[in-house]
Design a protein around this ligand. Structure first.
Ligand code: HEC
Ligand code: HEC
Ligand code: HEC
Ligand code: HEC
Length: 410
């Protein structure tokens, strides 16, 4: 069976400790148990048995060569043995929901699952030679400013709110100095019609959640500037009234709470209008409605004069990483260029781009449940996901050979 030997020549080498604890099949990062470890050193027989099973049950979708028939399906050729096996258990036990896969593995016992895993892991991984022409562009895109797409989304907002979110026109709110979470919350309220404002409802209608998250980050990253518009009220009297607001909005109108807006340096006309919106029910918010219930028009103007004169502070937010900036984090588990050396973690190199993007998106929205990958994927914008998926899909896949080391007896 020369076929099974050739690809080993380009292999990465990994050392597996033989004193791994024997234990039941558990989560993906659980220690490798004895049965799984044995599968890393398969006999030719078990490869052949796996091949026969794969031919009957898997090949219609994943190919007998492990190259899937559809680009949105994962290639299995040369994928890591224990990863393959544990994912099949995940489908079987309902931790991963894909009807085709659940049906495919429903009647296979764990021996059979392990053998198909052994077979597919033994195959030469796919080469993406035909995509060489695209490689330079895919690589260059890894350094794209992750906020680049936001510029076009915010282009239409600048005429009222200022290009950098620092509004100059009386009556228009500053968008800087706010937490991204507050921005997203408010925009969703406009979009759903829960905060009444016809124009803002129209403007927010076409913005999806991913775009809103990026816009919120964009405005939070801009240096806030106080409004140039003068207030007419009595700032000193306002300072006294503002004491009852300080617990939520901060003593000087700068808060660190993510669901409360900062008020420092806000436009005075907008400030008064927004208080009136809570009073007349255009904005539905219990605590704020309570806070404004007893305020006269004069009080509102005085409060505006106080807050307008405070200097706005920037929010503490991190500039998102470029796609290349993420690579070193993914490397910890998935290996250099997506060539994982730990057989529990999937190899990403040479995988179908469409499948990778779909999988990452599924972790973001919780369709695929894994707490580690949800935490990793949640901060990724759709653009970053696309760049990472394209990048890994064109990396040259490497196989692994595992060596037994004498164990450290204690
Ligand atoms: C009817 C088509 C179909 C058949 C038959 C099928 N699969 Fe799949 N398989 C899929 C699809 C589609 C996915 C991706 C599903 C998802 O996104 O969760 C998948 C995913 C997988 C995964 C997860 C891979 C990864 O990278 O996470 C493994 C492992 C797998 N299949 C193994 C097998 C094996 C082994 C068999 C035969 C016992 C088999 N499949 C039969 C369609 C099929
Ligand atoms: C024609 C002027 C105009 C344009 C264009 C505009 N807005 Fe507004 N925006 C307003 C006004 C007026 C308000 C105050 C509405 C209210 O009282 O609820 C507002 C309110 C907001 C608020 C709430 C601020 C706060 O502190 O509660 C956000 C967030 C916002 N706009 C974001 C945007 C974004 C993002 C865009 C571009 C997609 C945009 N706006 C385009 C006029 C505009
Ligand atoms: C219990 C906490 C709390 C108190 C007390 C409170 N606020 Fe608020 N305030 C909020 C929250 C939360 C919001 C955002 C509500 C929303 O989603 O519309 C808000 C919104 C506002 C806004 C609208 C800002 C904008 O950018 O849209 C203004 C203005 C405001 N508060 C002023 C005041 C003043 C003045 C007082 C004191 C008289 C006060 N608040 C007391 C929590 C509070
Ligand atoms: C701490 C370890 C860890 C880190 C760091 C990590 N991953 Fe993962 N990754 C996993 C595990 C575990 C799984 C399998 C989870 C499951 O069963 O769905 C996985 C699955 C995936 C999958 C699905 C693979 C397949 O074949 O279906 C993709 C794609 C992926 N990770 C991409 C990434 C990217 C991109 C990064 C960096 C932004 C990253 N991962 C960082 C542990 C990690």
């Amino acid at each position: 069976m020369k076929r099974f030997q050739i690809w080993l020549l380009t292999a990465v080498i990994l050392l597996v400790f033989t004193n791994a604890v024997a234990q039941v099949d558990g989560p993906l990062d659980a220690p490798i148990n004895a049965k799984e470890r044995a599968a890393l050193f398969p006999t030719q027989d078990s490869i052949e048995q796996g091949r026969a099973l794969a031919e009957q049950t898997c090949a219609t979708c994943h190919g007998l060569d492990g190259i899937s028939v559809d680009r949105s399906f994962p290639n299995l050729a040369g994928q890591r043995t224990i990863y393959l096996y544990r994912e099949m258990l995940n489908y079987q036990q309902g931790r991963r929901n894909n009807l085709a896969m659940r049906e495919a593995v429903a009647f296979l016992d764990s021996e059979a699952l392990l053998k198909t895993a052994i077979y597919y892991a033994s195959l030469p991984p796919p080469r993406n030679g035909q995509r060489q022409a695209e490689a330079p562009a895919i690589d260059a895109a890894m350094d794209d400013d992750p906020m680049v797409a936001v510029r076009s989304s915010t282009a239409g907002c600048g005429s009222c709110h200022g290009a950098d979110g620092n509004a100059r026109i009386p009556g228009m709110p500053n968008l800087t100095g706010q937490a991204p979470e507050f921005f997203v919350h408010v925009m969703k309220e406009y979009r759903a019609g829960d905060r009444l404002h016809n124009m803002m409802q129209t403007l927010s209608a076409s913005l999806d959640d991913d775009t809103l998250a990026n816009m919120g980050l964009y405005y939070a990253l801009q240096a806030p500037k106080p409004t140039p518009n003068a207030a007419t009220g009595d700032a000193e009297r306002g300072a006294g009234l503002a004491e009852s607001c300080a617990s939520c909005h901060g003593i000087d109108g700068n808060t660190t709470s993510n669901d409360t807006p900062s008020l420092a340096g806000q436009d005075p006309t907008y400030f008064v209008q927004s208080l009136k919106s809570y009073d007349n029910g255009r904005r539905d918010h219990g605590p704020m409605q309570g806070a404004v219930a007893e305020l006269s028009d004069e009080d509102m103007k005085d409060l505006a004069a106080f807050y307008t004169a405070q200097s706005p502070e920037p929010r503490v937010v991190r500039k998102p990483l470029t796609a290349r900036g993420w690579l070193s984090r993914c490397e910890r588990c998935h290996g250099l260029d997506g060539n994982s050396s730990d057989p529990r973690y999937s190899r990403l190199s040479g995988q179908n781009e469409e499948y990778l993007a779909k999988a990452l998106q599924a972790y973001v929205n919780g369709e695929r449940q894994n707490s580690v990958m949800h935490a990793m994927a949640a901060p990724l914008s759709r653009g970053t996901i696309q760049r990472l998926a394209a990048y890994y899909s064109i990396q040259e896949p490497a196989s692994v050979i595992y060596f037994e080391l004498p164990c450290d007896e204690r």
